[in-house]
Design a binder for this molecule. Sequence first.
Ligand code: HEM
Length: 513
Amino acid sequence: MVSLQLLMEEGLLPSLLASLIFIAAVLKIFLSNKARKPKPNLPPSPPKLPLIGNLHQLGKMPHRSFNKLSQKLGPIIFLQLGEVPTVVVSSAAMAKQVMKTYDLPFSSRPQLFSAKWLFYGSTDIVFSPYGSYWRHIRKICILELLSTKRVESFGFARAEEVSRLIHRIEVDSSPRIVNLSEKLRLYANDVLCRVVLGRNFSEGGDYNRHGFQSMLEDYQELLGGFSVGDFFPSMEFIHTITGHKSRLKKTFQRFDKFFDELIEERLDPGRNKTREKDLLDVLLDVHKDGSSEMPLTMNNVKAILLDMFAAGTDTTFIVLDWTMTELIMNPRVMKQAQAEVRSIIPQREQVSEKDLHQFDYLKAIIKETFRLHPPVPVLVPRESIQDVAIDDFEIPGKTRVFVNVWEIGRDPKSWENPEEFNPDRFIGRDIDFKGQDFELLPFGAGRRVCPGIALGVVAIELALARLLHRFDWELPLGVQAEDLDLTEVFGITMHKITDLVLVAKPHLHESIC
Ligand code: HEM
């Protein structure tokens, strides 16, 4: 008999395991197909059943793979992915059906293995299934954590962090050449840390002692993409065999330890309490408040805390990074944006949040970035609570629904010259990204729409306005716009594989606080 050790030595174990998973999956589908009732009138589906290899391929660039399928089959398609009935929607009209007409029956989330592990049994807001618990924490989020008043109360922290960003670009960078992506990533993380924890983590190496940045990256990777095991929910052992489970455990334990330390520190009676309340304070107040009909446990607090980082850091960074990339590739647009900001704010003054409402062109630029490069190109999956009929198609309960907002943003039926970066298309047009206009859905729509729009957008607008006001931007000597590597990497969000490196020339001397 062949021993396990021999198989390991020969490097045959992984292929053997992969074959076993494959056979088990095929058997499972075969048996479940046999027991199935007569088929409902499902949306069109590709002739071949996608199996493990296809799932893996699909997971690398789901927005592009779904796009290819919908070009052939139409704006609503049905896929049997492993054990999971799946519907992919890729037009504004279909998205409106899912997120407006039938918002309630489509407002749950599938229980993904990674989310269960990382988010304390999916007790956060993003991955919590629809029900009274989700409604309760969503209300806390809207009224307490991310209300307009709360977002405004952190204006001082954003002002400090954006000044730090400008300062880093001026001082930290070797003569004028700046790895802008690196600086923007720090800014996005720091702004969120100030809001959630009252401190930034890049200064003084305090939070970094836990490798906070690498924790966030691990987490994005583990959660993102399509884990093959998530399409075979009855075969959880797949996650063990692939090593996914042990990675999830490790990342979870690191975050959990980090949060425990923060909470312990916060509950110390000797702590200085004079500063502005941050989101951790607010959550601990809700936790302490015994009068609530559904008190939050400490694990619930940690799950929501993790949501804020997970949902708010990468997304903000990605928008800033893509916007600056598009601006450097489109010098006319860059010039017009600089002219707008500089004509409104005198040379020796700094842009502040109270000025942002005047920058119409800058706002149009951000909308154009959201259209072409939505940070979450395929929305976080929804799951149907019951059977729903869309047009003539019947979508069974417990179907996983993906909305391809990347494709919707490039649909020639809604957008003229959709591949062109042209913010002027928004000037004089009453179209926004807050979930009312289904051609532009970077934040989703309906009951599950992103509750962090105000917090995310103000941090983006402020940083861009300051970058354009303060610096003239150029590509390094010898680099052409065509040389920029725009390759995308897909986690749960989609960013560029290569950092943006630019030359920053101070426009005029500005005193930095
Ligand atoms: C540019 C920045 C951002 C983008 C593009 C973005 C995008 C999204 C998207 C696409 C969803 C899923 C919506 C759906 O299923 O229909 C979502 C959900 C969510 N976002 Fe954001 N987001 C951003 C910033 C933020 C920030 C700053 C926070 C908070 C700190 C946040 C917190 C959340 C939460 C808690 C949910 C889950 C909502 C639910 O399932 O009920 N987001 N976001």
